[in-house]
Design a protein. Structure first.
Length: 165
């Protein structure tokens, strides 16, 4: 496996030259940061651009490994998550947690894909009973979701073993 810096150089070459992130960052901006050895900035821009354009699982794997080598755990988890999404898809929803005073959670839940809660998405067993599903949870734009808070989330359905990402 290549070092993180080589992976970032290879990843930028996989993007279309016209690709632009929602915040206006371009492939040219990434190339500039790579030349300046602004590795964390380059990784962040690559993620932003890749989030805005259809990219391959291979690109996400490169970014995952680069983030791992750079010891950027949340970025590593996000890149692994997005690679999984490309292959398997996800469900996006808005989630509101009950407040602690309403019988909800006492503390915040982690928002980086580690939590695998049960979800009622309307499935039924053969005899008509409620059938819960397991899905990993990613809270968009926040490291966690606290009691009484609302956020957009991504759910990555897991198989019966709870596997996935």
């Amino acid at each position: 496996m290549h070092d993180a810096f080589t992976l970032l150089r290879q990843a930028v070459d996989l993007l279309p030259e016209h690709a632009v992130a929602e915040n206006g960052q371009t492939v040219g901006d990434v190339r500039r940061d790579i030349e300046l050895q602004e590795w964390e900035m380059a990784l962040g821009m690559l993620i932003e651009i890749a989030d805005a354009h259809p990219v391959s699982v291979g690109l996400w794997k490169m970014l995952t490994e680069a983030a791992r080598q750079m010891m950027l755990d949340r970025s590593r988890r996000w890149c692994a998550w997005r690679g999984w999404e490309v292959e398997h898809g996800t469900i996006r929803a808005t989630l509101t947690l009950l407040g602690a005073d309403e019988g909800g959670r006492q503390g915040a839940l982690p928002g980086d894909g580690r939590l695998r809660p049960l979800w009622d998405i309307g499935n039924r067993t053969a005899d008509g009973r409620q059938d819960l599903n397991i899905a990993r949870l990613w809270v968009e734009f926040a490291p966690q979701l606290g009691p009484g808070e609302t956020a957009d989330v991504r759910l990555a359905p897991c198989g019966p073993s709870g596997g996935g990402i």
